[in-house]
Design a protein around this ligand. Structure first.
Ligand code: 2AL
Length: 253
């Protein structure tokens, strides 16, 4: 008997939060998540009621983090796990405070998965201006040593919603350049909107291509089946009750 109540066939509900407000992207991410989910896993996809259509700046990310807090508070009560499906992992710590369920950010999940598959990986992302955001996350997660480069392509996030061959080729070319220049063994896709492209890029590149949405779903399933939940000891404890005003009214404990 192991230390945990292991339930390999556990039925579960995963709340999949797209932190941007593009309904098309939410649908695409949900389809990618359902494609890897186990038969007993229900994926409930949602997005904030306010905020940017895509997240490509610090400003966008600040507002999106509040949107993640809103969604986990309003829709997270019966979720067995939560996935935050934007590569900046906006609001990840806030979401962990707000629920007992495990909460997985796609950037953290992808970095960690890639580090198990190669001694070094490269990130291929959207706008070049967002590279520093990924670099800061790598530092924060202690993963900077495993990442050999973060590469912007200047493909806008919303261009991924209807990705044509030219855009796909642009990402493939950037990934090939990254693998050569960085001497990397794997590619991490630096946007949730790239999830539907993972299989094609894997085929074309011949190296592990890690989509954080898929990894986050499988890890969420794994943690839930092990009976592991977010610690409520210390800083991930439920936030202290207090009044909130304005749009945040209704989110307080
Ligand atoms: C993202 C993402 O995953 N969703 C979004 O709107 N922006 N990340 C990124 N690097 O562009």
């Amino acid at each position: 008997m192991g230390p945990y109540p292991f339930h390999p066939g556990t039925d579960m509900k995963i709340l999949l939060i797209n932190p941007n407000t593009s309904a098309g992207m939410t649908a695409g991410i949900a389809a990618a998540a359902r494609a890897v989910a186990g038969p007993g896993t229900q994926i409930v996809a949602t997005q904030p009621s306010f905020g940017p259509a895509s997240i490509e700046s610090h400003f966008d990310e600040a507002i999106a983090a509040a949107g993640v807090a809103e969604q986990v508070r309003l829709n997270g009560a019966d979720a067995d796990a939560v996935v935050v499906a934007c590569f900046g992992d906006p609001g990840l710590d806030a979401a962990r405070e707000a629920t007992h369920a495990p909460v997985i950010g796609i950037a953290e999940a992808a970095f960690q998965a890639a580090s198990l598959l190669a001694t070094g990986f490269s990130v291929v992302t959207t706008m070049t201006r967002t590279c520093v955001m990924a670099e800061r996350l790598l530092q924060r997660y202690g993963m900077a040593g495993a990442c050999r480069g973060v590469h912007g392509t200047d493909v806008p996030v919303l261009a991924l919603e209807h990705c044509d061959e030219a855009t796909l080729t642009q990402l493939e070319t950037a990934a090939r350049h990254a693998l050569d220049r960085d001497r990397s063994g794997a590619i991490v896709l630096g946007c949730a909107g790239m999830a539907p492209l993972c299989d094609t890029l894997t085929e074309r590149l011949g190296v592990p291509v890690v989509d954080g949405v898929a990894v986050a779903v499988k890890w969420a399933e794994g943690l839930v089946s092990l009976g592991l939940r977010t610690s409520k000891r210390g800083d991930y404890a439920v936030p202290p009750a207090k009044a909130m005003v304005g749009w945040a009214q209704g989110l307080q404990w």
